[in-house]
Write a protein that binds this ligand. Structure first.
Ligand code: FAD
Ligand code: DHB
Length: 389
């Protein structure tokens, strides 16, 4: 059995765990990041793409925004389309913007930074168990290459995503969860093809939602609303592009480049909130604590804001010997989280086709979109929520 000790044990090397380690190191606080998957697996994962300005600011403070600010695409508007109708929502009036930069690239920047720091994440750990959480000496037991390890900590940060072990380590009598599962998923592809437009297009169509996003001027990231039991093997590249074109307004449909796809996957949609986000010396952050449907592009942004808030609390504990911020973490993060849940669930309900949807339901969806494009107040509220102002 190998024993070691750190100030903050971090479970999970997703954006939340890696960014937390980076923020803590900037304040002279030690941490160890334990990750179940391999380094290659973590670096290859394709997920989110829209980064709020506030998230960029945090990443800059963490010293990991240089490539993002060089290569990310700054967007000052987004398009919403329904049938043949297209409407651009301009962020300029509120001096707002978002950066389009893949989570895959951000993860690479974070892993590079952790490796240069001399304290790289520990990949390929198995059987992670959290113990003594309600004491001042919590610990993590795990196995790696067949060997048993124990990591003694002052605090543990549960950044291990929705399916991780951290949230489950909180006694059922303490943890309350709130959930909505949607009756559809998203089929996403990545392809070396120019995007159909220079800005993102969110599409509400009788055949279902679609989203045209991008990673660069030559790489498209597109999503289609799909059935939950969709098998990617039933979706040839040709079928995907045909279906996307069928949901796009005519002039955009003609701009779809039917390139070979590099990645294709299905993600279910879910809204989920756990509370409280603290149990003794364990703190939850990111997808371990909450899930939003991807429609509002909030998941990654929430995760980074969580760990920024948590890092501030830990810094106050170690540097100023004050625990007020740590004590306030759960309640204050949850207020921000519920606001993002509201926006994500609302945008999902407006843009997707629901089983059994009536013509009245469809009329309500179109009226919501109409309200959004015709009311300056509604547009301003949308921009505020979407860009994270
Ligand atoms: P994660 O990125 O999930 O990282 C958690 C890490 O913990 C993982 O590396 C995992 O392997 C590790 N882990 C799990 N269990 C253990 C364990 N027992 N021990 C050690 N490590 C463990 N958001 C958007 O805004 N737009 C999108 O298009 C989008 N697409 C998504 C597609 C999928 C399939 C998923 C799952 C999420 C998607 N999201 C999207 C959400 C966004 O990617 C997440 O909100 C973001 O990754 C959250 O970061 P995180 O670090 O909290 O969690
Ligand atoms: C992307 C993903 C989203 O969920 C979203 O709302 C916008 C863009 C993307 O992967 O580019």
């Amino acid at each position: 059995m190998r024993s070691s000790r750190t100030q903050v044990g971090i479970i999970g090397a997703g954006p939340a765990g890696l960014a937390l380690a980076q923020l803590l190191q900037g304040a002279g606080i030690d941490s160890v990041v334990l990750e179940r998957r391999s380094r290659d697996y973590v670096l290859a994962r394709v997920r989110a793409g829209v980064i709020e300005q506030g998230t960029v600011d945090i990443l800059r403070r963490a010293g990991v925004a240089a490539r993002l600010e060089r290569e990310g695409l700054l967007h000052h508007g987004v398009e919403l389309a329904a049938g043949e109708r297209r409407h651009r929502i301009d962020f300029a009036a509120q001096s707002a913007s978002v950066t389009v930069y893949g989570q895959t690239e951000l993860t690479k920047d974070l892993v590079d930074a952790r490796e240069s720091s001399g304290v790289p994440p520990v990949f390929d750990v198995e059987d992670v168990v959290l113990e003594e959480l309600d004491t001042e000496r919590p610990r993590v037991r795990y196995r790696r290459s067949g060997e048993a390890h124990v990591l003694d900590c002052d605090f543990i940060a549960g950044c291990d995503g929705f399916h991780g072990v951290s949230r489950k380590a909180i006694p059922a009598a303490v943890l309350k969860t709130h959930e909505r599962v949607y009756p559809f998923g998203w089929l996403g592809v990545l392809a070396d093809a120019p995007p159909v437009s220079s800005e993102l297009i969110y599409l509400s169509h009788e055949r279902g939602f679609a989203l045209c996003s991008m990673r660069s001027a030559t790489r498209s990231r597109c999503y289609l609303q799909c059935e939950l039991d969709t098998n990617v093997n039933d979706w040839s590249d040709g079928r995907f592009w045909d279906e996307l074109a069928s949901r796009l307004p005519g002039e955009l449909a003609s701009r779809v480049t039917r390139a070979r796809t590099i990645e294709k996957s299905v993600a279910p949609l879910r809204s989920f909130v756990a509370e409280p986000l603290r149990y003794g010396r364990l703190f939850l952050a990111g997808d371990a604590a909450h899930i939003v449907p991807p429609t509002g592009a909030k998941g990654l942004n929430l995760a980074i804001r969580d760990v920024d808030q948590l890092a501030a609390g830990l810094v106050a504990h170690y540097v100023e010997r004050r625990d007020g911020l740590l004590d306030a973490y759960s309640a204050s993060a949850l207020r921000r989280i519920w606001r993002a849940e509201r926006f994500s669930a609302w945008l999902t309900s407006v843009l997707h086709r629901y089983p059994g949807q009536t013509s009245f339901d469809r009329g309500m969806q179109l009226a919501e979109l109409d309200h959004l494009v015709s009311s300056a107040a509604a547009r301003a509220a949308f921009v505020e929520a979407y860009t994270g102002l």
